[in-house]
Design a binder for this molecule. Sequence first.
Ligand SMILES: [Zn+2]
Length: 660
Amino acid sequence: MAKSADLLLVNANVLTMDGEKHQYKPGAVAISGDRILAVGPENEVRKACLAAQVVDCGEKVLMPGLVNAHTHIPMTLMRGLADDLRLDVWLQGYIWPVEREFVSPDFVRLGTQLGCAELIRTGVTCFADMYYFEESVAKATAEAGLRAVCSQTVLKFPAPDAVSFEDSLAEARDYIERWKGHALITPSVAPHAPYTCTPEILRNTALLAAEFDVPLHTHIAETALEVENMRRENGMPVVPYVKKQGLFDAKVLAAHCIHIDEGEMRTLLHAGAGIATNPSSNLKLASGFASVQKMLNIGLNVGIGTDGPASNNDMDMFEEVRLAAFVAKTVSNDPTAIPAVTALEMATRLGAHALHLGPITGSLEPGKRADLILVDVFPLHNSPHFRRDDDNVFSQLVYAGKATDVTDVMVNGKWLMQNRELLTLNENDLMAAAQEYARKIDTFLMAREQSVFSKLVALGGSAEEESFEVQVKVKLDDLDTVLKALEKPEISIQVKKHYHQHDMYFTFADPAQGWLRYREDEMIDDKDQIIGVRGRLTLIGPSREGDFAHDVLLSRIRYFAPATNSLRFYREYFKPTSEIAIDKDRLRWLVHYKNEEFYINLDRVDTPDLGYYLEIKSRTWSRRDAEEKAACSSELILLLGGSLKNTITQDYVEIASKGV
Ligand SMILES: [Zn+2]
């Protein structure tokens, strides 16, 4: 007796993308409720199923919807915001400041809706997301009708949706409890990456995911630098490190996995982890090439992802599938690597397995959810057609197919797009609302770009209060006089230190911006060994306050902070008009003189070769204190045997630039 179906899709070129890659032409798919009832040759399915409605597919390809295995969907609202930058400058200089300012449930909802419209148009029926306010992503996705693994991010830093990781972990637990068992949404937790999480976060998120049996979504070994740091700090590569933290107690979806070796791949395989490779993002950010063919050979489930639309900059899975094949061929110098059919398997069945949703989606098989698309393979750019080989149609789809060839999309038995018309979202309204956000973000960034100071503050970190620095500097011929004078009873030495100082001064076209100094101090012990290095960033106030009694200089420092990034980072972020390097050997004493605290610096300036200088410095937080200290410091210079005739009122950078 024939089974009763709600819908019968007939006259299609059915690509099941199942393990045997069955094709039926003409083929048919019968759907009942949210599920596939039957798949096969049209005459057989018609015989086996009686349907309330029959749709003629006009010989289009009928295949499972594509699975976007890794994205940050709300970042559609930051698409094209800043490009052609290194990852750290892009993230810390642009994305994070904008996220701190703008990311809210409303932002996330709109970004998700815009992204869902794009995903549906490009034939995606299922995706894996990782962002903040993930419940808003889940809600908007469910309303749009797409299937997704929605992963709540947990970080060791304060995030737009949590002040601490304990907060975001508690929030993730509540969210998972609320959404577990939803027809479309698989709630999940996302410790962002090993380098942005503590071991405690990795452990706790794994325990949480295991407790609810939901996937854990993370980034693994995206850059060579990450691996280098991991080896230096923990003596092992990334995969063994996260294993040690218990990450694989959960079912893991690991994005990127570019810089991992075969041993690590086997660890991932044994842990049952899924991989998401992101060719566009990896190419654009020059992160490297994942060894995808090798991963597939050893049996890993590798899906394909677009990564966030701010680093791609679109979510076109057709482009991504094509690139996955192209990149694998070029990297292995082997055009047979990742053939079209394999690339398409990665974008469907294997991707679903990578998301741990293999049993319900990713291929057209009876019992699985009806997540499918129709693709027109007859447009100009895909003519003519060869059918000599069963794989011809895969070549057509992967090498010449375009996202715009997708005409119809169904998820969970429900049409989301028919004849290229979106049924659950109004894209014009979404685009207008997104443009309004873009306008606000532009205004915010333009205000910030106006000064070095606001760019510095935008990096985050602790801003110190405005301070005044009293400074007197004299040129010296004879060091011994000073060293001897330091023994005088009026001077009480508190601390003595020895440094090599490497300073890079950034100057800007507008002198009112001041100088930005990047300083690396190498601390030297008695045996002349380097015992520590620290970096500091100082914005030296735009205007010198002027000279006080006896050539004492009062300068204003507006901001000083630990330099947590490299010189290269600051150079690319601040874009100075010129740079001046100063290297010196510095002996430094902290002394008390007349109940005031002073630093005495005895410098040998090596780059440029300027010889010896004696410097007295003191920092105060009020101008009146500064005036008192100014008088005291010129006395101290004389006491140390310096001569005020040799006073230099400029800093080294000015001395160097003027060639004094
Ligand atoms: Zn990512």
